[in-house]
Write a protein that binds this ligand. Structure first.
Ligand SMILES: [Ca+2]
Ligand SMILES: [Ca+2]
Length: 418
């Protein structure tokens, strides 16, 4: 059988690999596990001024090992830079900028966690330690640290409010504000963290203090609902803030946020259909309407105003009875060609029996429909007659979407009484 050139090459490579492996086992370097270790500089000044801020560490392993690098100060306190990192044999290099695993000094108070911190000024013994099988070896040297910028970027007074958040544009707890006071210039980021470890960034709100500068910072979150994006699922989340200064020190604070009734609110007038009582109305009599609304979204929609069945006189409007517009509330409205303001006559999306109370407010729940009727007593002959009357579904102070505006106009004649 003839082998193709490719197969020949593969066979040759395999043979070489086997030989190399055998040779490695046979010639496996004896002697110390950790063959050399050195720091490029013997003095560091970690203060981000570009001078002696960073040094290179080089070491060589004879065999694969777990490597730890730490520093002992003059009192014998140990600071850890690397702990039991598995490394293959050969030469290794890494950079050290004075930053070690977070620690606190005695009688020091700090809000939050210190994840990474610069070594304080002082004289240290560095220790590079290699362990593998039942071997363990270390090499040591001296390092002086001076001129450190040791101030930590602390995020004081971290708060998440309100702690119960309902991202659904109903005007109640639709936004969360995360506040903190940053003590030192540092890059700050805030995110939402779920149980599965997923992160969602929270943007900073523009304020007097530029991002990353010391001072009060506010981050604002609306769950994406304002952009028509479904918010994260209801549940309990961590709100995490991370700060990192120019030296590389890192701190973390966290709070908690509960999300409920989240979702993009969606509702419409079913079949875009409105029934009016007649095409003519005698002056002094009532024009009645009936329509059905449906909440076809995932969030409860809030409503307010007089219950279905309420009757207005032509020159009255919802304000006449104290049913002022409420940001985020939905109402059915009736409008006409000669109406002075938009949808002067408004009704709630159902009776209290049909609606669900959440907190202090009333809601039409996801998947629910309600029939809304009402009337307007026509007291004057409008300047334009006949004229159109139509319905709308108003999300107050948010929008009247195209599909919910000027729904099913009817041409109606007002007839004088005599
Ligand atoms: Ca420096
Ligand atoms: Ca809400």
């Amino acid at each position: 059988m003839r082998l193709s050139p490719l197969r020949t090459t593969i066979a040759a490579l395999l043979a070489s690999a086997v030989l190399l492996a055998a040779g490695w086992l046979w010639l496996r370097p004896a002697g110390p596990l950790l063959r050399a270790a050195e720091f490029g500089l013997d003095a560091l000044s970690p203060n981000a001024d570009g001078v002696r801020d960073v040094t290179r560490i080089t070491y060589r392993l004879a065999r694969p090992a777990r490597v730890s690098i730490s520093f002992l100060d003059e009192s014998g306190r140990r600071f850890r830079f690397r702990s039991d990192n598995p490394r293959p044999s050969g030469e290794h290099q890494l950079l050290f900028s004075g930053i070690v695993a977070g620690f606190t000094l005695s009688d020091e108070e700090f809000e939050g966690q210190i994840l990474a911190r610069v070594l304080p000024d002082g004289d240290y013994t560095w220790i590079i330690e290699a362990a593998g099988g039942n071997e363990r070896e270390e090499l040591t040297g001296a390092l002086t640290v001076a001129g450190v910028d040791s101030a930590l970027p602390e995020m004081r007074g971290f708060s998440v409010s309100p702690p119960l958040f309902t991202p659904n544009r109903d005007g109640i707890s639709d936004r969360v504000w995360v506040n903190m006071y940053l003590t030192k210039s540092a890059h700050v980021s805030v995110h939402l963290l779920d149980d599965a470890g997923n992160q969602r960034p929270i943007a900073e709100r523009a304020g007097d203090i530029a991002p990353n500068e010391p001072g009060l910072h506010t981050f604002e979150y609306e769950g994406g609902v304002d952009l028509g994006v479904s918010p994260p699922p209801d549940g309990v989340y961590q709100v995490v803030a991370l700060a990192e200064d120019a030296v590389g020190q890192k701190t973390r604070v966290e709070g908690q946020l509960t999300m409920e009734h989240g979702g993009v609110p969606r509702a419409d007038i079913v079949n875009a259909q409105v029934e009016f009582s007649d095409t003519t109305v005698v002056q002094g009599e009532r024009l009645e309407f009936t329509l059905t609304v449906e909440n076809y979204g995932a969030a409860p929609i809030r409503t307010s105003g007089p219950a279905p069945g309420f009757g207005y006189a032509q020159d009255e409007n919802a304000n006449s009875f104290g049913w002022y517009e409420e940001s985020g509330a939905w109402r059915v409205g009736i409008d006409c060609d000669t109406c002075i303001r938009d949808y002067p006559w408004r009704w709630a999306l159902g009776t209290r029996d049909e609606l669900t109370r959440i907190g202090e407010h009333w809601y039409l729940m996801p998947g629910q429909r309600a029939t809304v009727s009402g009337d307007v007593t026509i007291t004057q002959i409008p300047a334009r007659n006949p004229l159109y009357f139509w319905a709308g579904l108003i999300h107050e102070d948010v929008e009247v979407s195209n599909i919910n505006n000027r729904v099913d106009p009817h041409f109606i004649t007002i007839v004088p009484k005599d």
